[in-house]
Design a binder for this molecule. Sequence first.
Ligand SMILES: [Zn+2]
Length: 374
Amino acid sequence: MLSVFCSPSRYTQGKNATASLGKEITGLGLRGPALILAGRSAIRLLSETWNRTFSEAGMAHAVYPFGGECSLAEIERVKKAARQHQAQVIVGAGGGKVLDTARAAAADLDLPVVNCPTVASSDAPCSALSVIYTDEGVFQEYRFYRKNPDLVLVDTQVIVQSPPRLLVAGMGDALATWFEAKTCVEGHVKNMRGGASTRSALTLAELCYQTLLESGAAALRAVQTQVVTPALERLVEANTLLSGLGFESSGLAAAHAIHNGLTAAPATHDYFHGEKVAYGLLVQLVLEGQPRSVVEQVLRFATEVGLPITLAEIGLVELPKELLQQVAIRATAKGETIHNEPFEVHADMVADAIRAADASGRAWKKHNGEARSK
Ligand SMILES: [Zn+2]
């Protein structure tokens, strides 16, 4: 098996990075006009900066407001707008769904794509794949593209204006990266791009985990105060770049499959991807029989930043047996990344591990809640 590492062609991050967007795009040799598919808050915060940066770069641009759902119909509308404007590059500016739609449209039209995430809520922006859900919010499939984005530009001044919960959700997604990567490498399985992992990808995944432990809490405070600090910069890089490269070039395992399973329970739909992935990681640690020290480090971090560690915290105050079984069956469906675990995984094992993770999360809360009140 060949080793494969993939990444965006260029990654740019910093306070007011949007002011350099035009220059960043032309610097890559890309030509306009650009079609910017943008969410509502991106338009509100960035329209004037776009006018300035694109006129400085001598590139025509048009803004197309996002319709709200990454659906096939919306992708077609964006493609139509791109043709109308004779766009030579598509820029997605907004949350995950905006970027996914921009990427899908660009892939269909064979155009370069630029991702400008306005939240650091997942590790999707750097990858060459997106997650497709049904209109009801149930995980449907991974959609793979030929190449990673030509440019990912993250404006941290915009990130600190997003809701803190979204940054925390991104930490949940990033929290699983190192554990899933390690599992894939130890099992000699393929990464998300069909090759073996590299030492580079694994090292980046580990750095991602260390960065969360070191800078997660401080970064959360920065977003709560709406200020850009070095800790915030490091954390945004971990959530977006390190986690993105780590998961795509090393692979996913149980945590993300458990997330996909959990989407079968409608009550979890009010919770973000990264929040469910964080819980999925706890389940993975149970399944793998990880030592107490490892589990407790994860629980401590999750509690510190406010990630869910019990079923109740992802909307499942009750989880009837039949629904638990459905979740477990979905998580172990054929082709799921849970089968990257180095042992055979069955639905009944997953159902038990989901409940065991909940029990340990509740015990942790009880113990630490008591410790605090003493
Ligand atoms: Zn994820």
